[in-house]
Design a protein around this ligand. Sequence first.
Ligand SMILES: [Zn+2]
Length: 353
Amino acid sequence: MIAQPYDLLRQKDEIWGLFTCKSDYSRDKQVEHRSLYKYGGHADISVAAVSHFLMEHGLRWEYPEGRSFGVCLTHDIDDIYPPGQHMLLSAACSAARFDVASAGRQIAWRLTGKEHSPYRNFRQIIRLEKEYGGVSSFYFLGRGDDFRRYRYDIEELEGDLGGIVDEGCEVGLHGAYNTYGNLEAMRDEKRRVERALNRTICGYRNHYLSFKVPDTWQLLAEAGFGYDSTLGYNDRPGFRNGMCHPFRPFSLRTGRPVDIVEIPLVIMDESLFWKDRTFDEAWHVARRLVDQTAACGGVITLLWHNNAFASAFRESRKRVYRKLLQYCSERNAWMTSGESIWKWGMKNGYFDY
Ligand SMILES: [Zn+2]
């Protein structure tokens, strides 16, 4: 790693502004999850410009077992029971294909018990990833109340959480919609997940990707998190601050680094399929971002919701995910959880600046 990347980045205003998300500071209202299209533009986020710049000056990450780049596999668990609208869409989609068994599964759990809910599919997701040698992170909501609908009680999921970590995967916190700006809520939700899991957690992502630069980083550090993986857009895949490497953020407010690691989010299923992209279009966008990350020897973070693996009307999301796993494993990627990437970077001194 370069000894002092901040000094290097500061040499170029444009690069420094992109890296620090400078344009976010000038907005008084938080614009949490939409891209900056309508806010006066932003650099082309399909290019990891800051990582490229650092590489020209010697940045290099190495990975275990000679792997050539990293893929951070993650899942936000927004629901564990399909909301009514999802059930209807899935059932209609299955019926249109005359797939009676699948249509039945969407409703049967109401009779057979909550544990059979099609969205309680963590084991199925883990099995799929293991076919390609990967493990992943699952971020759970610490509180069930939400402005849209009641989600779930984390206390109900003790067995599921234990099963996830037993498989070598990570359980982290999916902070509630407004938690990005509330230290007490962060601490409370963290405690709830830890109590259900019976161990401490280090990873965080905010619901809806709500985020306030640099305050959220600061609060997460105070709440005792090791890393965040929220920095990305809801409506556009890409490298939000030009980085395809995890990094230690810098606060323009205090003029100091923040004691946390950011593993930026690059592709979310929602943003990839934004405006009803077809399977082929989505795959084309995703592959370009993977190729670019691989060329930089960086880390690409994927976020696929658990509902994408159990909704007939979102079948192409699942297909693209499988194709990505296959493509990345063929390209010798290290496909792992946020926790493993964070620990690897810490151990190798990649954030020592
Ligand atoms: Zn969410």
